[in-house]
Design a protein around this ligand. Structure first.
Ligand code: NAD
Length: 244
């Protein structure tokens, strides 16, 4: 059910952190995977490590806020495999300032990457997925997208991703493109390593631990594959019971 042979995937923010693990798992399942990120060196190194291991993986520089860069990424897919089946909108940034300390530009930056970047990905990738006979889009939101937090821009962008997921799912269902969101809790990566919030969050988590990037990637694989064929417009919380 999770054999992705013959399929092509784009993973944004795929050069490190959770995205890199998602890239590896999708490639292991047989997909050709385009790593898209602003981190060139990390992206090139990951693509070369996975290619050496026998997987079909390439790197494409992509800033998710640039429409031109998205078009270039789709051109790269067209000349590589000629089809697109899976898009993981994983790229994300955080700014922990509260409203009174945050400038409008800082707010816009977070919304631009986390929400508008995913909107652009869906808008530009969906037509190629439809041409390929359908596909699966997975938006990486957060369990922050269910309540208020002291990082208002990040929290708002993750709520926005849940709304985008549901709306896009309705719009593209008849075209055979499914759209779902994953809402992880604490996963220790470069996004939050060293943060003073880690220990309190673990203490508040019923399972008393943080999650592993691989546990999120397994859910990405499920939502990308045939086993989830009748699921669209849903958000899946994966946070050790934090939101329960
Ligand atoms: P990370 O910082 O390790 O990875 C984020 C990736 O996104 C990096 O490779 C970065 O270069 C890339 N990126 C940033 N801006 C970009 C842009 N404009 N264009 C393209 N790529 C860009 O963090 P992570 O924890 O792996 O985060 C992955 C996703 O998971 C994010 O959307 C994050 O919000 C979400 N998330 C993380 C946690 C957590 O606890 N780590 C929890 C819930 C949700």
């Amino acid at each position: 059910l999770s054999d992705l042979s013959g399929q092509t995937a784009i993973v944004t923010g795929g050069a490190r952190g959770q995205g890199a693990v998602e890239v590896e798992l999708l490639a292991c399942a047989g997909a050709s995977v385009l790593i898209c990120d602003v981190l060139n060196d990390e992206g090139v190194a990951l693509a070369s490590r996975l290619t050496d291991a026998g997987y079909d993986v390439r790197f494409q520089p992509l800033d998710v806020t640039s429409e031109t860069a998205w078009v270039a990424a789709l051109d790269a897919v067209t000349s590589w495999t000629g089809r697109l089946d899976i898009l993981v909108n994983n790229a994300g940034i955080i700014n922990r300032k509260i409203i009174r300390d945050m400038s409008v530009d800082e707010w816009r930056k977070v919304m631009d990457v986390n929400a508008t970047g995913a909107f652009m990905g869906i808008k530009l990738c969906a037509p190629m997925m439809i041409e390929s006979g359908g596909g699966s889009i997975i938006n990486i939101s957060s369990n922050s997208g269910f309540s208020g937090h002291y990082d208002p821009a990040y929290t708002s962008s993750k709520w926005a991703l849940r709304g985008l997921t549901r709306s896009a799912a309705m719009e593209y269902a008849r075209d055979g493109v499914r759209v779902n969101a994953i809402c992880p809790g604490l996963i220790v990566t470069d996004l939050n390593r060293g943060s003073p919030h880690l220990e309190p969050m673990i203490n508040m988590t019923p399972m008393q631990r943080s999650g592993e990037a691989d546990e999120v990637a397994q859910l990405v694989l499920f939502l990308a594959s045939k086993g989830s064929a009748y699921i669209t417009g849903e958000d899946f919380v994966i946070d050790g019971g934090f939101t329960a």
